[in-house]
Design a protein around this ligand. Sequence first.
Ligand code: CA
Length: 243
Amino acid sequence: MAAKYRILIVEDDRSISNMIKAVLETNNYIVLYAHNGTEAAFIAENHCPDLMLLDLGLPDTDGTELIKSVRQWSAMPIIVVSARTHESDKIAALDMGADDYVTKPFGTGELLARIRTALRHGGTFSSQNDIKQSGKYAVGGLVIDYDRYRVYIDGNDAKFTQNEFKIIAFLGRYAGKVMTYDAIIKSIWGPNANTDNQILRVNMANIRRKIEKCPAHPEYIFTEVGIGYRLADEDSFNEAHQK
Ligand code: CA
């Protein structure tokens, strides 16, 4: 039998943590539990969980502070599970080093899918390792060829411009993870770039036209409204195509 993953739930609301715990245990995860930031930091340091599900509104601290402190010593995947729906909260958590963000209320299927993706990346970004080995990132009919600076869709050259290639190459390195507009813009146009999203949006519209059959129902690049973009990884692509 495969080794079980250990997941730390950081949540002060017992009804929510009990619900998540039941779902995780049914799906063969070992559950650790903390109801405030102090306990969470102690358990994270002493029991080294494989993943953390983190509520932001904790009685003794803000969850973003915990992300900051854990990131000083660990790359363990952190998924924020929060009732805060403000884009600025999501962006702050992701930029602080969270891997993903799930808004309450959420479906258990969605939570489990996000957990699987985050665990596969294991804080080290498997897609990045795949790219190092093969020089390519492939999902569905999409291939990003990092050696030739080309993108292929269903075997045909999608004829990307230089900036379009840079954008999809960046998303490909972090496939499955939401990248904020700011992070994408900085990676393409440098740290002093004007953080106006307009140029990025124009480029993204062109990218979608080149690779998506129907840009209104994307298969490859997903918009997290007000936050950024996520490139499909194998798991999310396969799930979308099973439906
Ligand atoms: Ca709370």
